[in-house]
Design a binder for this molecule. Structure first.
Ligand SMILES: NC(=O)c1ccc[n+]([C@@H]2O[C@H](COP(=O)([O-])OP(=O)(O)OC[C@H]3O[C@@H](n4cnc5c(N)ncnc54)[C@H](OP(=O)(O)O)[C@@H]3O)[C@@H](O)[C@H]2O)c1
Length: 287
């Protein structure tokens, strides 16, 4: 019998993973770790063990990890300051007898990738490799749903601004990422492996403009802009500075080819095809 733990379990990814895991695992073998246990009362009522855990509270975290064999370590949302949190979580897992840690990372976390999230993920991957634990790194491509407002705005305004040039990203749904994570947690294996989790195709800004034309039934001009002008546009739209830097850096990363690699990981690990970009956007914009 293997006890499965999920950190950050009250976030959307954590909840989706918990649902997937509970399809095939006895709830008594599932430990959901969160800073907000009350938010997971529904899972507790179904028999899952819900425990208070915060990567900033090492003793509490070690207590919460007691008995966990396989842990999904969900990267936190504290971009730029989460490396210490995630290193602490890896160390706590090693100290408490967790055998296998599955971690949510980013495609190609190498120094020349301009995405601002790269350093945190690369540092956590290094910590895992040096921990003595069994590890699996799930390098999740960009969430597809985050592009829905881009297409929606393009339909409304007739213009789609992008700094990604002719670069493409292999956008993937959060649900597909959750299904892959649950497959590794429930089936085991993939030890000391990196898995690139992607959608079924790589999508460019030009593809998105074409989709906006088709859905909107109107002309949509693709406006290719430099990083600086793109960031200014986001600021002008009222986005906070961290979001401006994050989104602009992902556009640059896409332009430079760091996000375009497509893999069959979703189908291979879950037995079902990943959701296609156009299908997801069409469905989202119908609702
Ligand atoms: N691939 C992509 O495009 C993409 C986009 C956005 C985010 N992400 C990454 O994927 C992760 C999960 O995404 P999501 O969709 O579920 O969004 P989210 O709402 O950003 O999730 C934030 C997660 O961080 C956890 N967290 C925050 N502070 C923590 C702490 N001190 N200790 C332990 N956990 C902490 C939260 O857990 P609790 O509140 O339950 O404690 C929650 O699960 C994000 O955290 C981020 O690293 C990827």
């Amino acid at each position: 019998m293997v006890t499965i733990g999920v950190s950050g379990a009250s976030g959307p990814l954590g909840r989706a993973v918990a649902e997937e895991v509970l399809r095939s695992v006895d709830p008594g073998e599932v430990v959901l770790l969160t800073r907000a246990p009350e938010a997971l009362a529904g899972f507790a009522a179904r028999g899952a063990r819900v425990r208070q855990a915060d990567f900033d509270d090492r003793p509490g975290l070690e207590g919460a990890l007691a008995g966990v064999d396989r842990l999904l370590l969900i990267s936190t949302d504290k971009i730029g300051s989460r490396l210490d949190q995630q290193r602490a979580a890896v160390a706590a897992a090693a100290a408490t007898g967790v055998s296998h840690v599955v971690y949510t990372s980013v495609p190609r976390p190498v120094p020349d990738n301009p995405a601002v999230v790269v350093d945190d993920h690369a540092g956590t991957e290094r910590a895992l490799r040096g921990s003595g634990l069994e590890w699996t790194v799930l390098r999740n491509n960009l969430y597809m749903h985050l592009q829905v407002p881009v297409v929606e705005q393009a339909i409304a305004s007739g213009r789609l601004f992008a700094n990604s040039g002719s670069g493409a990203a292999a956008y993937v749904t959060r649900e597909d990422c959750a299904a892959v994570a649950a497959a590794v947690l429930t089936q085991g294996g993939h030890v000391d492996e990196v898995v690139d989790v992607t959608g079924p195709e790589a999508v460019t800004a030009s593809d998105m403009a074409a989709l906006a034309r088709e859905i909107g039934g109107r002309d949509v001009e693709l406006v290719d802009v430099e990083d600086h002008a793109f960031a200014e546009g986001l600021r002008h739209a009222g986005l906070p500075e961290p979001a401006v830097r994050l989104i602009t850096s992902f556009g640059a990363s896409t332009r430079q080819g760091f996000l375009s690699h497509v893999t069959p990981a979703v189908a291979d690990l879950t037995g079902r095809e990943p959701t296609a970009f156009a299908d997801m956007v069409r469905t989202a914009l119908k609702n």
